[in-house]
Design a binder for this molecule. Structure first.
Ligand SMILES: Nc1ncnc2c1ncn2[C@@H]1O[C@H](COP(=O)(O)OP(=O)(O)O)[C@@H](O)[C@H]1O
Ligand SMILES: O=P(O)(O)OC[C@H]1O[C@](O)(COP(=O)(O)O)[C@@H](O)[C@@H]1O
Length: 319
């Protein structure tokens, strides 16, 4: 009974899930466990879309973004009756250990599932938003940042050629991490994130002055969670600063791309710690990462708590 272990991905997919899935199969087998895939997140759990995994299943996936086993947001898993079906399906395969790659919502669901049915789990924080409390890093963030960096570098080329302002919208829900780090690493002129109130009027004179002194273009990075619509920021550039403006919504390209070396390594390490934790008998934990390394946290320390942005990064923005 204790030898079957399954992995699933839930919520927004990230680049880095495939390397993690690959290592899950390899490390499980190495530890004498039988690995299973649950396809399409909690949907697969409810639909019994569960299969034993082999080395062959994960051959070649380390270079690929997305996730071979699929991910989903499952409305049905919010309902007790479907979670009961999910438990029955796990029993059919004698699975009582779950590794879940997901975000805050996925962990909350998992915790409820554990309390109802006692299926032990270890969560691996995986979201490009980097908004999970208790961990400084979530799988997929580095790849997303590199996708954004590459897009910004390209936009800079056309912005400078054409004397335009570009307003670039990043994902992140109500967390400005992606926008802020991208701002600091791309040298953009303006960064607007939900965590920091702003007043555009304060920039008008300075930006006009810069144009007068020969500046050819502006890059502004805005997080999707700010109160204003991104188009309004572009309109502000045109009307108040006096420069033609364009909007680029980066959208779901931020969730793709082949995983960076860092995300491959983090996927590897997260999985190692998660499987070790389950073998050691940990019941309901999330494997977190901070400057002291990897550590297990309880679901209460992680799920449902708003994560604060790194104060050091925030200070750079405010300065
Ligand atoms: N309170 C909850 N009870 C049961 N399942 C939940 C709960 N909250 C979230 N989930 C499950 O987790 C899935 C993923 O959550 P979501 O918030 O979309 O993504 P993320 O895990 O990335 O935060 C949801 O579609 C749902 O199936
Ligand atoms: O893919 P969807 O369902 O359109 O959701 C978009 C949202 O998912 C994300 O890409 C990732 O969010 P989660 O990891 O919390 O699921 C957000 O940045 C974005 O707001």
């Amino acid at each position: 009974m204790d030898n079957n272990i399954a992995i699933l991905c839930s919520g927004g997919d990230v680049s880095g899930m495939n390397p993690a899935v690959k290592h899950f199969v390899e490390y499980s087998i190495q530890k004498g466990l039988t690995p299973y895939f649950i396809y399409d997140g909690y949907e697969g759990l409810i639909d019994n879309n569960i299969e034993q995994a082999t080395y062959a299943d994960v051959a070649g996936i380390i270079t690929k973004g997305g996730t071979k086993i699929g991910s989903a947001r499952s409305k049905r898993f919010l309902e007790k009756k479907y979670r009961k079906i999910a438990k029955k399906n796990l029993d059919k395969h004698n699975i009582n250990m779950l590794v879940v790659l997901g975000g805050d919502g996925s962990f909350r669901g998992l915790d409820i599932f554990y309390k109802e049915h006692g299926i032990k789990f270890c969560g691996i924080p995986s979201t490009i938003d980097n908004d999970i409390n208790g961990t400084e890093y979530c799988l997929g963030v580095d790849t997303a940042l590199n996708v954004i960096r590459s897009a910004l570098d390209s936009i800079r080329d056309t912005a400078s050629s054409f004397k335009r302002a570009f307003v670039i919208e990043t994902m992140g829900r109500d967390c400005g991490y992606l926008a802020l780090v991208s701002h600091l690493t791309s040298g953009s002129e303006l960064c607007l994130i939900p965590e920091v109130p702003y007043n555009l009027e304060l920039y008008v004179n300075e930006f006009k002055k810069q144009l007068h002194h020969g500046r050819r273009y502006f890059l502004a990075i805005v997080s999707e969670g700010i109160e204003q619509d991104t188009n309004e920021i572009a309109e502000w550039f045109e009307k108040e600063v006096g420069i033609e403006a364009r909007v680029t919504v980066l959208g779901h390209i931020q969730r793709g791309g082949n995983p960076t070396s860092y995300d491959r390594l983090m996927g590897y390490k997260f999985v190692n710690y998660a499987i070790d934790a389950l073998i050691m008998g940990e019941q309901e934990s999330v494997i977190c990462y901070d400057k002291n390394g990897f550590n297990l946290k309880s679901i209460d320390e992680v799920a449902g708590i708003k994560k604060d942005l790194d104060p050091e990064l925030l200070q750079y923005l405010i300065d």
